[in-house]
Design a protein around this ligand. Structure first.
Ligand code: ZN
Length: 409
């Protein structure tokens, strides 16, 4: 077992810490090859505990937090949309860009064309930014393939990342991201195709943990979204939804009633949506970077979510169109500056509440005895600094399931 000593476990984090020995100030954590075994003050280490310690690491007063979790990303994609961004800035409308073959369909084209190896290579290059800045978990969606071959290719890449990199990866099937050109004007048929052809293949190859759908006037309507989520639930997968981003489509209410873990975006969430989330303990996932990048003005109802006691998670939404993130820590800064979350809410939003959004809150997301030893140690004094600093990378050490990665070495 490893003794992590001389840590700064800030009082605001201590509600998440199940301290075995609460007589002193907790400054030490004992981990084994997978789990957190003990948290407490080093002055109260018993002889029995000491006997089992094979290694000690002195963190010299550095801040420790749970390992961070990014619960909503589209990390895998071909190409990028920098040129389109330039066009938009010069005043060309999104409609014109889309007519010229730009927008999401250009990413679909680039993703379909890219080999599995190239997609893996590009995605893992981006992933390093998450690994280096204290993330021990990430959710990755498909949704730029939109046909059997390319959706499966994206999910295989996500699966390969999960197997080859030391972090937890949740793989989400988001074939209902947008309508592929082959199904133009036939959204219903496309949903039927996903349910009848793609989903069984994904399930039989164990390539996804969850199914997500973009429920919106420009995406899939309420009936289509519900049909897909019902089929996904039937197949034993977890449910998620992109809802209320551009309008109040009642997607949140529908998905929460089906038992979705989270509803994501939520700028236009109504009171009935909030009530339904409250009743069903659904996590709200807010995406401040997309809000920033698209210069949106409709804020999600943060105060109402707070008052309803709904768990709020935040995520990078990393994607080439609306959130080209390479610095995932910025999510916390933007959640506080743009959405007025407190720094503590932002941190919970990328730890325990992000775990909840993925259905992993019993295993990870907080510094608790019995949970996985997923931790981040920072060259910082106070957790608020994680929201305060803009850019840079203050992560000193990342610990994933008991394996220690010193990032300064
Ligand atoms: Zn998204």
């Amino acid at each position: 077992m490893i003794l992590l000593k001389n840590l700064n476990i800030e009082p605001c984090l201590q509600s998440d810490v199940h301290i075995i020995d609460d007589k002193g100030i907790p400054d030490s954590i004992i981990i084994d090859q997978q789990h957190i075994q003990w948290v407490g003050s080093s002055t109260h280490l018993t002889a029995e505990l000491k006997e089992n310690i094979t290694k000690e690491i002195d963190f010299q007063g550095r801040l420790v937090t749970p390992g961070l979790i990014d619960c909503h990303t589209h990390l895998i994609f071909g190409g990028n949309r920098a040129e389109e961004y330039q066009q938009r800035l010069s005043g060309i409308s999104y409609e014109t860009i889309a007519r010229q073959g730009g927008g999401i369909l250009s990413t679909v084209e680039a993703t379909r064309k890219a080999s599995e190896e190239k997609l893996f290579e590009d995605s893992t290059k981006r992933l390093m930014n998450w690994l280096n800045s204290g993330f021990t978990g990430i959710e990755i969606k498909s949704g730029y393939g939109l046909n059997q071959q390319a959706e499966l290719k994206m999910l295989r890449v996500a699966d390969k990342i999960a197997k080859q990199f030391p972090l937890h990866v949740e793989r989400t099937l988001l074939a209902a991201h947008t309508l592929p050109p082959e199904f133009k004007g036939r959204a219903e048929e496309y949903i039927n195709w996903i349910i009848g052809s793609l989903l069984p293949e994904v399930v039989s190859n164990n390539l996804a943990d969850a199914v997500d759908v973009f429920c919106e006037t420009v995406g899939f309507n309420l009936t289509q979204s519900k049909k897909l989520l019902l089929a996904a639930r039937e197949a034993g997968l977890k449910l998620k939804i992109h809802a209320e981003q551009l309008s109040d489509s009642q997607g949140t209410r529908m998905a929460t009633e089906l038992g979705a873990l989270s509803s994501d975006h939520l700028e236009y969430l109504s009171l009935s949506g909030i009530k339904s989330m409250q009743t069903n303990s659904t996590t709200a996932v807010l995406l401040p970077v997309a809000y920033y990048f698209l210069s949106e003005t409709q804020l999600p109802p943060v105060q109402a979510l707070r008052e309803a006691g709904i768990a709020i998670a935040i995520a990078s939404d990393a994607n080439p169109g609306s959130s080209p993130v390479l610095s995932p820590l910025l999510t916390m800064n933007m959640a506080t500056t743009l959405f007025k979350l407190t720094p503590q809410e932002a941190l919970r939003g990328m730890t325990i509440n992000a775990a909840k959004a993925l259905g992993l809150e019993k295993q990870t997301g907080s510094i608790e005895v019995g949970k996985l030893a997923d931790l981040a140690i920072w060259d910082l004094q106070h957790p608020a600094e994680l929201s305060y600093w803009i850019g840079g990378n203050p992560c000193h050490t990342r610990i994933y399931q008991g394996e220690v990665f010193n990032l300064t070495a």
